[in-house]
Design a protein around this ligand. Structure first.
Ligand SMILES: [Zn+2]
Length: 164
């Protein structure tokens, strides 16, 4: 039995609570961009309930073209206006060696990715850069963009100040 089989069985046994008739439009008007790290339960960390927010995740919580695509849809089609970034301590993307990661994929598959790994050296600086990228995007209409670092040991968020 694979993990997918176990997940499907858990769902069939009622592991999830029915969302009922929640509207697709996020009730709290907010979108969260976060790392995919398995230790972060963003709904619990941020006090969110199903239906409250869009949560957009990838390796590192990086602002990619696809992140901007999702945020534009979140804002223009589904009415969100605030964006919160959540990076975290002990992230696998911190100090990730771009060449080594691409080499590893190529050695395993024979194909070398064309995308950038987008690792980072300083988590605070990466948050600031991501906030600036979102604030500068011509496609977004956010009233507020703020960034945080989640401490995987204490469970607490620390806001990173960004001028402008
Ligand atoms: Zn991470």
């Amino acid at each position: 039995m694979s993990e997918i089989d176990r997940m499907l069985a858990a769902n069939a046994q009622g592991a999830s609570q029915s969302p009922g008739e929640l509207p697709a439009r996020p009730a709290r008007g907010v979108a969260v961009v976060a790392c995919m790290d398995a230790r972060m339960d963003l709904y619990r960390i941020l006090g969110l309930a199903p239906g409250d927010a869009h949560v957009i995740r990838n390796a590192g919580g990086v602002v990619t073209e696809d992140t901007l695509r999702s945020l534009a849809i979140s804002q223009h089609l589904l009415g969100t206006r605030e964006v919160l970034l959540v990076h975290h301590t002990r992230c696998g993307m911190q100090d990730a060696d771009e060449t080594a990661v691409l080499d590893q994929v190529e050695q395993a598959t024979g194909a070398r990715p064309e995308w950038a790994v987008q690792g980072f050296a300083d988590v605070d600086e990466d948050v600031r850069e991501s906030v600036r990228r979102l604030r500068a995007s011509p496609y977004l209409v956010a009233t507020e963009v703020r960034g945080t670092v989640y401490d995987v040991h204490t469970g607490l968020l620390r806001e990173v100040a960004v001028e402008g």
